[in-house]
Design a binder for this molecule. Structure first.
Ligand SMILES: Cc1cc2nc3c(=O)[nH]c(=O)nc-3n(C[C@H](O)[C@H](O)[C@H](O)COP(=O)(O)OP(=O)(O)OC[C@H]3O[C@@H](n4cnc5c(N)ncnc54)[C@H](O)[C@@H]3O)c2cc1C
Length: 177
């Protein structure tokens, strides 16, 4: 298709990982903490998350095979999602930090409640929460796509959103009314 717009299009083979990461940094996303409860209790910051279907309600999350969270979700068969508020940037950094402890210790000092349907830790002060039962998982390269049937969903108080854009955390203000 011809276009007068001056767009540089890479026509080579698959983009190098660093190039793809750089391009995707221009796609602003929200930030979530994915979590698993019970014997495999764990939390992980993730932005590769989106809704898939409204009826039946389902969402997806992409998790690196190298992440502890991959094994945790695979074994538990469920995951929780806390959609983070702008003031939770510190928690987002913590749950992406490979130096944090494993197991229940990573949640000490964190305000959370177990999800009523799955027991997955849900962050207090988040904008909204989901609880999901894994219905399907697809291995794609170095990540897996987990499809979650939504078994619980709720909203908290209105607040500013936490965004990840251009490699940095940002605030999404509430729209003016
Ligand atoms: C904004 C943002 C968005 C992100 N989005 C995503 C996303 O969508 N998907 C994604 O996959 N990642 C994403 N990440 C990266 C992810 O949050 C980090 O890589 C995170 O550290 C991985 O979490 P993990 O706990 O599962 O694994 P790890 O960080 O690898 O492990 C957690 C802890 O376990 C310890 N540990 C690991 N293995 C062992 C072992 N065998 N014995 C003892 N201790 C062990 C580690 O030292 C560490 O303390 C994102 C990061 C950011 C900042």
């Amino acid at each position: 298709m011809n276009s007068s717009t001056d767009v540089a299009v890479s026509r080579g083979p698959a983009a190098e990982p660093a190039a793809l990461r750089d391009v995707m940094s221009q796609f602003a996303t929200g930030v979530t903490m994915l979590s698993v409860g019970g014997d495999h209790i764990h939390g992980m910051t993730a932005n590769a998350f989106t809704s898939v279907s409204l009826d039946p309600p389902s969402v997806l999350a992409c998790v690196a095979h190298s992440a502890v969270m991959y094994e945790a979700i695979t074994k538990a068969g469920h995951f929780g999602v806390s959609i983070m508020e702008a003031n939770q940037e510190g928690l987002a950094r913590f749950f992406a930090d490979k130096k944090r402890p494993l197991g229940p210790g990573q949640f000490s000092g964190v305000d959370w409640v177990p999800g009523p349907r799955t027991g997955a830790p849900l962050l207090e002060g988040a904008l909204a929460w989901l609880e999901c039962e894994v219905s399907e998982a697809y291995e794609v390269g170095d990540h897996s796509i987990f499809i979650g049937d939504v078994v619980g969903a709720s909203r908290g108080d209105a607040g500013e959103g936490l965004l990840f854009f251009s490699g940095a955390f940002q605030r999404a203000p509430l729209p003016a009314r």
